[in-house]
Design a binder for this molecule. Structure first.
Ligand code: SF4
Ligand code: SF4
Length: 458
């Protein structure tokens, strides 16, 4: 049995105090100024009032960072001078898709490398838009799996990048005469996509390359951004280009081409230079995607990278037949089923990017029919990005991303990926699936809220 894939997380503290959901409000006008030994603050079980300090970088009291929200002080104050309220700084994080919960949970995972624990149960909501309308069948969770899945039991998160032969041919002596196409074994179903915005300096690029190497995965990088500093990470880089440049082909294991009319000719030219290279085609996820995937697969494409927008929506929703822009899970399913209908599914690997905001989205995208995902914004959030998009407007970055150190940043990304990897194993263990390859398109283990609602109320 192959060695288990292990990622080594390391506690890597935040550089800035992350906004907490609630803040403590102390209303001095109600304070009775009880003697210190009678003030309820001394009873805080987490010693928050002693630990609190003024953060000179952020010019504020960081009491909320330590508070665990037990309400002991609020309920115990004799004159109701203490209260808690929603933090406006927390509420403005991200947007309706990249919610404050997703962002702050990623900060936590990047700091500790551990699976987030939400505490006393989940309070809902139980359905919503996009991936939130998709539930996974966790009936196998009744087995005592915890020690098993992280210990004795083998749950493989590997996927293959490339196409597979549908038939093997042997000579009269039983020797294999079929030439297998190049295939890359990826230990977890994630590669890194170029960041769509953020402070894209050399340290951030170096951090992404370092973490790709540590995780034994790949980072897609625009060929114009390939610098000498990144050469030691060449084995884990995928140049993104629209032409065949010899030195961007010969020294790399993979290359990604933008989709264009002669993309299949570009692939042939790349193979002529480096027969071992695995090629990806970067395709816009729009109304014509199904037909284009079928055409490219029949033409010999090995890996197709479907790119949706940041919120997982199709990029071009001009089709008058559709009243709503579709979400990736529906489109992926359509692409996957069309390939199956034409017996082409194993001839191509599908990767999706856009809208993969947490580990559950990764599992649900694979269940919808892709082999893996290319992620970008979660890596930026691992570096404490607030997704405020100030950088897009040329405004200062609130977390001074331009000053990050590559070692710190790489470890934050590794920690986040470790937490996602552990959660993927948890989900697969609970579903009774032992291989990420078998998770692909496993609709039988999925419940869609819209289908259930229709079935129930039609
Ligand atoms: S709410 Fe609980 S944890 Fe927070 S400061 Fe008050 S006593 Fe401490
Ligand atoms: S915190 Fe805001 S300004 Fe800084 S990188 Fe993120 S989106 Fe850009």
């Amino acid at each position: 049995m192959p060695k288990k894939y292990h990622i080594k997380p390391k506690p890597t503290p935040n550089r800035f105090v992350p906004p907490r959901k609630y803040v403590i409000i102390e209303q001095d006008q109600y304070c009775l100024h009880c003697p210190t030994n009678a003030c309820i603050k001394k009873d805080c079980p987490y010693d928050v009032y002693t630990q609190r300090r003024f953060d000179s970088a952020e010019l504020r009291d960081i009491i909320d960072y330590f508070c665990k929200g037990c309400f002991r002080c609020i309920q115990g104050c004799k004159n109701n001078a203490l209260s808690r309220t929603l933090n406006p700084e927390y509420l403005v994080l991200g947007d309706e898709y990249w919610t404050p919960e997703i962002i702050t949970s990623a900060y936590n995972q990047s700091e500790t490398g551990k699976i987030p624990v939400s505490g006393a149960g989940y309070g809902g909501p139980f359905t919503g838009e996009g991936f939130d309308s998709m539930w996974t069948d966790m009936s196998e969770i009744v087995r005592p799996t915890r020690d098993g899945i992280h210990g004795r039991e083998y749950i493989a998160t590997n996927i293959d990048l490339g196409k597979k032969l549908s038939l093997l041919e042997f000579d009269n002596e039983g020797g294999l005469i079929s030439e297998p196409p190049p295939l890359i074994d990826l230990p977890m179903p994630i590669i890194f996509n170029p960041l769509p915005f953020g402070v894209l300096n050399q340290e951030v690029a170096l951090a992404m390359a370092k973490s790709a190497k540590i995780l034994d995965t790949f980072m897609i990088i625009n060929e114009s951004k390939l610098s000498r500093q990144l050469i030691p990470y060449q084995n884990h880089l995928i140049p993104l280009t629209n032409k065949v440049i010899e030195d961007k082909i010969s020294g790399f294991r993979m290359v990604e081409f933008f989709d264009c009319n002669d993309v299949l000719a570009l692939i042939e030219a790349a193979r002529a230079i480096n027969p071992k290279i695995v090629t990806l085609i970067r395709l816009r996820l729009d109304n014509g995607v199904v037909a284009r995937v079928l055409e490219l697969t029949k033409g010999g494409a090995e890996v197709i990278h479907l790119c949706a927008d940041e919120k997982g929506k199709e990029l071009d929703a001009t089709n008058p037949q559709r009243d709503k822009t579709r979400f990736i899970k529906e489109i992926i399913r359509e692409v996957h089923l069309s390939l199956i209908e034409q017996s082409l599914r194993d001839k191509v690997t599908l990767i999706v990017s856009g809208g993969i905001a947490d580990s559950s989205h990764l599992a649900k995208a694979i269940l919808s029919g892709v082999d893996g995902a290319a992620i970008d914004l979660p890596l930026l959030v691992a570096l404490e990005c607030r997704l405020c998009r100030n950088c897009k407007e040329g405004l200062p970055c609130p977390v001074k991303l331009e000053t990050v150190d590559a070692e710190w940043a790489a470890q934050r990304m590794v920690n986040l990926m470790n937490a996602w990897h552990s959660q993927l194993i948890e989900v697969m263990g609970a579903m009774g699936i032992r291989e990420a390859r078998r998770l692909r398109g496993e609709f039988g283990r999925v419940m869609n809220f819209t289908d259930l609602e229709e079935e129930c109320w039609k």
